[in-house]
Design a protein around this ligand. Structure first.
Ligand code: SF4
Length: 283
């Protein structure tokens, strides 16, 4: 049985960078807080807690603390409140997310209404919307395009959550173009996501079974799974080796494996190890 691991499997550049910043900051020994999880992965979150970085629900005015901004970024309001409450800010926002902030802000200054294609509740999308003066229009999928509202907009600029599905995004943009006179589209899906999506469009067709590793809270893993499942119904989304079922590997010649942008290599390696050794014994 051949195991084919995607070249793009695992941590993306932005997540690696944010984790390194977290570890470096922890060495200062100052109290460090973070609003939410550093990335959507339980293993990584545990590691971060172990080095003393505390996840908090809100900022409090009790002493000189560090606020670590996560890879997804944060709204401007968070920076303002943290500064007012005397926090020292360490900003681990991914540079590719920063780029989306800049495009959205510049376009707004030029008079464009900002449309964000992405998951409304996702921190990255809230962070992008939170850079703007006007309320952004957020479109999650082709079914919730506000057609009536769009017809009243003369000029709009579209930016995209970095981990969105390109095909779905292009379908939404095509509809918006029919209703908005001047529409500028910035494809801000980041390079690591594009690479992952390119591979996941090929691998499920070339392998008998496809395994996608990542937390159930990870949006980019979910998208990888959705694409894989549409191409090969023997695609399975697992969080760790514990979710593997020996049945999946009966009478097959090859397994494709990929992992979301917040899945550590250690989890992926354990899965590969299990499939290579333990599952063979179980069969
Ligand atoms: S998925 Fe892309 S934008 Fe998001 S942290 Fe990774 S590299 Fe940055």
């Amino acid at each position: 049985m051949k195991i084919n691991l995607a070249k793009s499997a695992g941590f993306c550049f932005g997540v690696k960078r944010a984790i390194n910043i977290a570890f470096d900051t922890a060495e200062t020994k100052s109290p460090i807080e973070m609003l939410g999880d550093i990335v959507h992965n339980e293993e990584v979150v545990k590691e971060i807690e172990k080095i003393g970085i505390k996840k908090v629900g809100k900022l409090t005015p009790d002493g000189n603390k560090i606020l670590l901004i996560r890879a997804h970024g944060a709204p401007l309001k968070t920076f303002q409140i943290a500064t007012r409450l005397n926090y020292q800010i360490v900003d681990a926002t991914c540079p590719m997310v920063k780029e989306i902030h800049k495009i959205a802000q510049d376009s707004e200054k030029k008079g464009y209404r900002i449309i964000i294609i992405g998951d409304k509740k996702h921190n990255e999308v809230q962070g992008i919307a939170g850079q703007l003066k006007e309320k952004a229009i957020i479109i999650e999928n082709i079914r919730n395009i506000p057609i009536k509202k769009s017809k009243n907009i003369l000029r709009a600029a579209v930016v995209v959550q970095s981990t969105q599905n390109l095909e779905k995004t292009l379908a939404i943009v095509a509809i918006l173009k029919k209703h908005i006179k001047e529409l500028k589209f910035f494809n801000t899906i980041c390079r690591p996501t594009r690479m992952k999506q390119q591979e996941i469009r090929i691998m499920p067709k070339k392998n008998d079974v496809m395994i996608i590793i990542g937390s159930k809270t990870s949006a980019n893993t979910k998208r990888l799974y959705e694409i894989a499942k549409s191409l090969n119904r023997r695609s399975f989304w697992i969080q760790s080796k514990k979710d593997l079922k020996p049945d999946w590997f009966k009478n097959i010649k090859s397994i494709g494996i990929t992992a979301g942008a917040s899945t550590p290599d250690s989890t992926t390696n354990e899965v590969i190890q299990y499939i290579r050794k333990d599952s063979q014994q179980a069969l």
